[in-house]
Write a protein that binds this ligand. Structure first.
Ligand code: AP5
Ligand code: MG
Ligand code: ZN
Length: 225
């Protein structure tokens, strides 16, 4: 049975943290549009040059560009049994484009999971985020630092990659990302609620593992696991 999930939530809510766990547990690919764009920035591709200004400013990449990238990715063979989308869709036009893509293939999204975190927690969280350059593991110097070493290297077995800070995790850019989230992305919660597939989990006051337990409960109650 295919499993198609959308992770929703403000910048820093924990979409990536939870999507990595879902992907590892249920064997579906984790598709993060932010990660795709950052890989292009790093590789200096034409797409990377096109999107850099938007990422640096905390603005959304134009819908057309983003939807093309996602449609290409979802058509790849490893998506046949589903996927967990992280950071897409992020606007009503993106959700409509995804809907058309799925309709044409006679497929549907099973569940949209909103990870809810109050705005006032976001800035502190994101300024302390670090990501492994090698495997992409997500850490937090305050809330979930690497368990071993001096806090500058990844502690996943066999990795030892260097941890780095994202260019858009600066206070001013974080505040702009939050504004964009409330204005353009948050309306998707009502959109998917109307479709009857929206679920919500608390994204703060619980550890990442605690949040993941809530997600597993939702998936199992919906007969999806
Ligand atoms: P994107 O990469 O998607 O960034 P974002 O939405 O701002 O979200 P983040 O990745 O910052 O946060 P997250 O929710 O994944 O949290 P994480 O798990 O890391 O997008 C970046 C940019 O790309 C956009 O600004 C835009 O320019 C462009 N873009 C991307 N998609 C686009 C689209 N569809 N359309 C147009 N443009 C697009 O966790 C955050 C921190 O919290 C970590 O340190 C983590 O360790 C910690 N943490 C996690 N869970 C907990 C917990 N339970 N308690 C305490 N700390 C926790
Ligand atoms: Mg993320
Ligand atoms: Zn690593």
């Amino acid at each position: 049975m295919a499993l198609r999930i959308i992770m929703m939530g403000a910048p820093g809510a924990g979409k990536g943290t939870q999507a990595q766990r879902i992907a590892a547990t249920y064997g579906v690919p984790h598709i993060s549009t932010g990660d795709i764009f950052r890989a292009h920035l790093k590789d200096g591709t034409e797409l990377g040059r096109k999107v850099r200004g938007y990422l640096d400013a905390g603005e959304l990449v134009p819908d057309e560009v983003t939807c093309d990238i996602v449609a290409g990715r979802l058509a790849e063979a490893d998506c046949a049994n589903g996927y967990v989308l992280d950071g897409f869709p992020r606007s009503i036009p993106q959700a409509e484009a995804l809907g058309r893509f799925l309709d044409a293939r006679n497929e549907q999204i099973d569940v949209v999971i909103d990870v809810a975190v109050p705005d006032e927690e976001i800035v502190g969280r994101l300024t302390a985020r670090r990501t492994c350059k090698k495997c992409g593991a997500i850490y937090n110097l305050k809330f979930s630092p690497p368990a071993s070493g001096d806090g500058t290297r990844c502690d996943r077995p066999g990795c030892d990659g260097e941890l780095s800070q994202r260019g858009d995790d600066q206070e001013e850019t974080i505040r702009q990302r939050l504004r964009v989230y409330h204005e353009t992305t948050e309306p998707l919660l009502a959109y998917y609620d109307e479709h009857g597939i929206l679920k919500s989990v608390p994204g703060s006051g619980l550890s990442p593992d605690g949040v993941f337990e809530k997600i597993e409960e939702i998936l199992s109650a919906a007969g999806l696991s």
